[in-house]
Design a protein around this ligand. Structure first.
Ligand SMILES: [Zn+2]
Length: 613
């Protein structure tokens, strides 16, 4: 769904999302909680409508009808700290799950002489929400700072001398605008709309209903004492990071106080603001080889992968992914050195380790590896060796059982009683990328596998999602098993200009007996079956295990045939024209050389029979 402003706001705290009436987070929350639970709570709080069996996710966005009086009564539950006050609903009107109290309209009836005929005295009370929950919502709806970004701090929902909680709303067709809000003394609701259900000129609730609500509330409270919403027991205040809403770390730049129900305070620490060690000289991730005075710690905002597009649109700086390649171990002429793989090279499978182990008086050398930049523990690679190695294989390292990530390789040599060491970091990547093709469509709203039309459509755009856990290399595109193109730049797309090869096979229907013919490595079989009306020809060419098949029918409707190649390509021809079917698949490669073949997709291209046919 879209927000009212038709822009996405990225990851956001619930407080701000609710304060600003952002729709996307509301729908996400509805999806998480479930519409049944939301409707259940709405009924308990006083809403008498919403009685369909099922509601979709547009429920929160004003896609369902509610009554203004019900809405105001429901907000009175929040204003009264979770308690509903009113007169009992008569037994015959009770609906299971619905409110058991009604708002009261007539407080007193007296006759002309002032004799009291009826007086409503003490309201009945029923707790509908826990007081802590009601207060949390009131706190958000009255938090003027929470709605500042979208609504301006001087919004119509703010009363001049007292706290007030308010919520605006607009139906998804812009026909109705609502503002419902409260102080500890009054709850009021305003609906602005057109009774004939004409669309208002894109006036959101805050603009149309808000000012009316504001003036009404100012008038009602004129001369009344200022009251703040009473805070119930069972709430605690905690300082959290202002972006993640989690406990701040040394890297959290701005913090805020947040209220929690006791026992629900987050125990997670801020995972948005994260420090990275950056080499000043290259701007890349620093390694142990970068001089300490060239290394600085920089805090970046890291958001969940779902927010990737938003992060890009906002231009939020992201940390580099490559390691500094200027500062490295000095390999030139070193007697103890790992030469290959290179520093930070992605590797997979069984990796030959090439290098030097040739100090004078060499007694033995060995290789070991450990996780990350400075391993806490080491594992041996092969046994100890006693022979000299000069720019040659030192060992073979089997990485197949390791989890993907950064590893340190260390070569140690003992010579003349001294220990010589050299180490290098590599990226082990044995996990293949994931890859899927978006099935190409002639139009965005076309059915799956809808045909492209030659002449009308010039090309087919093949879009691919390919991701690797460490680093992608590129994607190969195949049409009917033939390589069509290769790209290393994401997003991975390729445009195939439509061509058709109208093969009109020479079809001989005059065959008395089935025949089998061998031509080189091909076995060619022909068979004609005659019925009263038509003749059916089956013609196959087998080469190895691959069979190209043609099936043709000559009958009253003319000639029709199907040719099918082992690659998945096929041509169907009838009186009206040709349909050519192609199979597209792609292969994604990561930087270490792991590959993954996609599931194939089929595309159909039609064109009308040519005149000369
Ligand atoms: Zn560096």
């Amino acid at each position: 769904p879209e927000n009212y402003s038709r822009t996405f706001h990225g990851p956001i705290l619930l407080r701000r999302a609710l304060g600003c009436s952002y729709n996307v987070p509301a729908v996400a929350m509805l999806h998480r909680v479930g519409t049944e639970k939301v409707v259940e709570t709405a009924h308990a709080m006083g809403i008498t409508t919403l009685n369909e069996a099922h509601y979709g996710l547009s429920l929160t966005l004003g896609g369902s009808e509610v009554k203004l009086l019900d809405m105001v009564y429901a907000f009175s539950v929040l204003a009264n700290g979770g308690t509903m006050l009113g007169a009992p609903v008569p037994q015959e009107r009770l609906v299971p799950g619905h409110r058991r109290l009604d708002p009261v309209a007539i407080l007193k009836v007296s006759d002309a002489k002032g004799k009291v005929l009826y007086q409503y005295d003490q309201p009945r009370r029923q707790e509908v929400l826990r007081p802590e929950v009601a207060f949390l919502i009131t706190d958000i709806l009255s938090d003027n700072r929470a709605r500042t970004p979208a609504c301006g701090s001087d919004s119509a929902r703010k009363l001049q001398d007292r706290p007030a909680a308010a919520k605006t709303g607009t139906t998804d067709d812009f026909i109705d605008a609502w503002t419902v809000g409260y102080t500890p003394q009054y709850v009021t609701g305003v609906w602005v709309g057109d009774a004939d259900r004409e669309e208002m000129k894109h006036a959101p609730g805050s603009r149309a209903a808000g000012p009316i609500w504001h003036d009404l509330m100012e008038w009602l409270h004129d001369g009344l004492p200022v009251e703040s919403f009473p805070r119930p027991a069972g709430l605690v205040t905690e300082v959290v990071d202002g972006v993640s809403g989690k406990l701040p770390t040394a890297y959290s730049p701005w913090r805020m106080q947040e209220i929690f129900i006791e026992g629900t305070v987050t125990t997670d620490t801020d995972d948005v603001h994260r420090p990275f060690k950056i080499c000043k000289q290259t701007g890349k991730l620093a390694t142990i080889y970068c001089p300490p005075d060239q290394v600085e710690e920089v805090v970046f905002e890291i958001y969940p992968p779902k927010a990737e597009d938003w992060v890009r649109e906002q231009g939020i700086p992201q940390p580099p992914t490559d390691f500094c390649d200027v500062h490295g171990p000095n390999l030139l002429g070193a007697d103890v050195a790992i030469i290959a793989p290179k520093l930070f090279e992605p590797v997979r499978g069984i990796v030959p380790i090439v290098g030097n182990a040739r100090p004078g008086g060499l007694q033995k050398y060995w290789l070991q590896y450990g996780p990350e930049m400075s391993p806490g523990s080491w594992s041996p690679i092969g046994p100890e060796h006693g022979h000299r190695v000069d720019n040659n294989i030192l060992e073979h390292w089997d990485t197949r059982g390791l989890s993907d990530g950064l590893y340190t390789l260390q070569l140690s040599a003992v010579a003349g009683g001294g220990l010589h060491e050299a180490s290098i970091q590599v990226l082990v990547d044995n996990v293949s990328p994931t890859v899927t093709i978006h099935p190409p469509k002639p139009a965005p709203d076309a059915e799956p596998e809808a045909a492209f039309e030659l002449g009308k459509h010039e090309w087919i755009n093949i879009q691919v999602d390919a991701e690797d856990n460490l680093s992608m290399e590129g994607v190969e595109f195949y049409l009917d098993d033939g390589l069509l193109g290769y790209t290393t730049v994401a997003p991975y797309t390729l445009r195939w200009t439509l061509v058709m090869s109208d093969i009109n096979p020479s079809l001989n229907f005059d065959l008395a007996e089935p025949t089998t013919q061998v031509e080189g490595d091909k076995i060619i079989k022909r068979e004609v079956v005659a019925t009263e009306e038509s003749r059916i020809l089956t013609y196959s060419v087998q080469q190895g295990t691959a069979i190209t098949m043609t099936k043709a029918i000559r009958g009253p409707g003319g000639l029709s045939y199907v040719m099918a190649w082992p690659s998945g390509r096929s041509i169907t021809s009838n009186g009206a024209g040709y349909t050519e079917t192609h199979k597209i698949h792609v292969v994604a490669y990561d930087a270490a050389g792991n590959e993954m073949k996609s599931e194939p997709v089929r595309v159909h291209v039609v064109h009308e029979r040519k005149e000369e046919d």
